[in-house]
Design a protein around this ligand. Structure first.
Ligand code: NAD
Length: 378
């Protein structure tokens, strides 16, 4: 059976859904792999490396022969037209708010899997694209902040005087936030962090940063069974803003990463808070593509506020470290696909009762099958 790996069509997407390592593993399972020419170029994987690993280098039209398509982003209508009905498509599907696109995949007859719905259980850790990509985004956020900040991050005691350490505040300490804390600490910054989940407190402390949060009854119940945050009440958000406002005014760099699955990102930094910061301070909004944590952040732009604070809203931050991100992403997809290949017959054999399949399958046999999108009928 044929696995096809296209070049991503989105101009903002330099990542690719396979690596030489995963091509080798896929062919090892008895699958034929076709990689579209140039698919890996922006991730520093030349066609020859894919070929050496056992892939055939092909063209976009080869999608028509594929039983499985591995992608970074959800296929658009033009791509879907080229797919075989019944093909499995594995990608990050960004389905919330995109119900029409989900229905289009059902109509095209593809079996679509949303990698971001992978349950966070031990067995699926190796398939967790949110973690593998958020980890790199958290790292890159600090690198971007350091590049925009026209002072040094670490304290430097020199013969010519002392440069103070930068104060960095991380808002939202899931996977990205934890990596941002670790990276900022490695660069010598003085780091504080906040979150609405109690579990975050200990994790922040274990990385040597100071935790700051409104720890009321609502905070104690803010974590869902899946480990994610709930949307907090208006009252909590007001208390949170009051607590963080004074703190933000004293920070040099603020990195926000707060997300709530299926909901717009919570607004954590108001225009007044931005106005309270010193000129030359930097804010990185990693949630900008989900509506943003920061008032005034613009997706895809670095804007400077009236008082000289840079607000960075880069798109696709994992894509800014594409060569690393692709390797991890490719391995996540391989691990999932491997569970769906029958070792003896070397055929795709999707077990629709498997909890990983149930959690991630969006469309199947012409229908939208995921419980969260029951209304997105084809
Ligand atoms: P996420 O990307 O959904 O959100 C980022 C962070 O924003 C979260 O920590 C969330 O609590 C926080 N947040 C939401 N609203 C906020 C607000 N108003 N103020 C401040 N912070 C707010 O989260 P994630 O990175 O996917 O991680 C979610 C959880 O899953 C974490 O506990 C993480 O450790 C856990 N996790 C578990 C596994 C596993 O067990 N396999 C793998 C990865 C992550």
């Amino acid at each position: 059976q044929i696995v096809f790996v296209p070049k991503e069509v989105d101009a903002n997407e330099p990542r690719v859904a396979a690596s030489p390592d995963t091509v080798k593993r896929l062919t090892g399972l008895g699958l034929d792999v076709i990689v579209e020419a140039g698919a890996g170029t922006l991730s520093r994987i030349p066609d020859e490396e894919f070929a050496k690993a056992g892939a055939t280098i092909g063209k976009a039209g080869d999608a028509a022969r594929a039983d499985v398509v591995l992608k970074v982003r959800r296929p658009g209508d033009d791509e879907l037209k080229g797919y075989k009905s019944g093909a499995a498509v594995i990608a990050t599907m960004d389905p919330y708010g995109n119900e029409v696109a989900v229905a289009a995949m059902a109509k095209a007859g593809v079996t679509a899997f949303a990698m971001e719905f992978m349950p966070r259980i031990t067995r699926a850790q190796v398939m967790d694209v949110l973690s593998s990509q958020a980890n790199l985004a958290g790292y890159q956020a600090v690198v971007d902040a350091a590049a925009e900040y026209d002072r040094a991050l670490p304290m430097m005691m020199t013969a010519a005087g002392t440069v103070p350490a930068a104060k960095v505040f991380i808002m939202g300490v899931g996977v990205a936030g934890l990596q941002a804390i670790a990276t900022a600490r490695r660069m010598g910054a003085v780091v504080t962090a906040t979150d609405v989940r109690p579990a975050a407190k200990e994790q922040v402390a274990s990385l040597g940063a100071k935790f700051l949060a409104v720890e009321d009854e609502e905070f104690k119940a803010a974590e869902t069974a899946g480990g994610y945050a709930k949307e907090m009440s208006k009252e909590y958000q007001a208390k949170q803003a009051a607590l963080t406002a004074d703190h933000i005014a004293k920070q040099d760099i603020v990195i926000t990463t707060a997300l709530i699955p299926g909901r717009p990102a919570p607004r954590l930094v108001s225009a007044a808070m931005v106005a309270s910061m010193k000129p030359g301070s930097v804010i990185i909004d990693l949630a900008v593509e989900r509506g943003g944590n920061v008032e005034g952040a613009v997706a895809g732009k670095v804007v400077t506020s009236a008082n000289g604070v840079k607000i960075v809203g880069h798109l696709n931050v994992p894509g800014r470290v594409a060569a690393s991100a692709s390797l991890l992403y490719a391995r996540n997809l391989f691990a999932f696909l491997e569970t769906m290949v029958d070792k003896a017959s070397k055929q795709l054999a999707i077990n629709r009762d498997d909890e990983l399949v149930k959690a991630t399958m969006l469309t199947d046999a012409g229908k939208v099958v995921h419980a969260n999108f029951a209304n997105a009928a084809a």
